[in-house]
Design a protein around this ligand. Structure first.
Ligand code: PEP
Length: 250
């Protein structure tokens, strides 16, 4: 059976008061039994608060990035061990904002994926093309290249405990969602790529879609064969919007 994951990337948003309200609202709204898993990715300073509120609940949490080295002179960075100190289960790697704004290359992303796995964190590998790349017909080449960098480093076995998030850059924070057909086509391409190496890992791999997911489009997207949930930005910052996504498929 498919395990749908609805994951909220809060990016650099929040205050202590907002985190409290949001998490208390999510806890209250997820009391009913559901096969849908929820996860949140708060900014680092709110991880302690997140841990203390969500500990023992069905909602998981994770870090938005990590530095691949364990410690040292890396001002402003956090390591896998530090995320584990706050009981993170997941960590995002290769989010398009990290690639575009902070210059993370495919190799940097592979370093982070490898470090996450080695520590016991479950990496959520984000991949996706820009609008220009899509219009040039390069979507599969770009997504394939981003996946290959990690596959070459960690092998197919590295994806036994990982998640892939397909996030077309043109759909992130823009209100322009990929159609279910467009998203499914890329998800099928991703799964096929893994199938050629290991059909069991490929079959179990969770592939999330990200890019302006909301309560109105989630059901159609997540109904597609290879879409196993969503990585949600803007709509994860309001209790009712985030729960609407969960409830659309729960
Ligand atoms: C994201 O931040 O990964 C994202 C998909 O954002 P949004 O849902 O706002 O497009």
């Amino acid at each position: 059976m498919r395990r749908i994951l609805v994951a909220g990337n809060w990016k650099m948003h929040g205050t202590g008061a907002m985190v409290q309200e949001l998490l208390e609202g999510l806890l209250a709204g997820t009391q009913n039994e559901s096969d849908v898993e929820m996860a949140v990715f708060p900014p680092y300073p709110y991880l302690a608060q997140t841990q203390s509120l969500l500990d023992g609940s069905s909602i998981s949490w994770g870090g938005q990035s990590l530095n691949p080295v364990s410690h040292g002179a890396h001002t402003g960075e956090v390591s896998a061990g530090m995320l584990l100190d706050f009981a993170c289960r997941y960590v995002l790697v290769g989010h398009s904002e990290r690639r575009a704004i902070y210059g993370e290359s495919d190799q940097d992303v592979a370093d982070r994926f490898e470090a996450a796995l080695a520590s016991g964190l479950e990496p959520v590998l984000c991949v996706g093309e820009t609008l220009e790349e899509r219009e040039n017909g390069e979507t599969e080449a770009v997504v394939g290249r981003q996946l290959d960098a990690v596959l070459e480093r960690c092998g197919i076995a590295g994806f036994e405990r990982a998640i892939v998030a397909y996030e077309p850059v043109w759909a992130i924070g823009t209100g322009k969602t990929a159609t279910p057909e467009q998203a499914q086509a890329v998800h099928a391409f991703i799964r096929d790529k893994f199938f050629s190496q290991d059909d069991i890992i490929a079959g179990q791999l969770r592939i999330l879609y990200g890019g302006s997911v909301n309560g109105s489009n989630a059901a159609d997207l997540f109904a597609r064969e290879d879409i196993d949930g969503g990585l949600v930005g803007g709509a994860s910052l309001k209790v009712e919007d985030f729960l609407a996504i969960r409830n659309a498929v729960a």
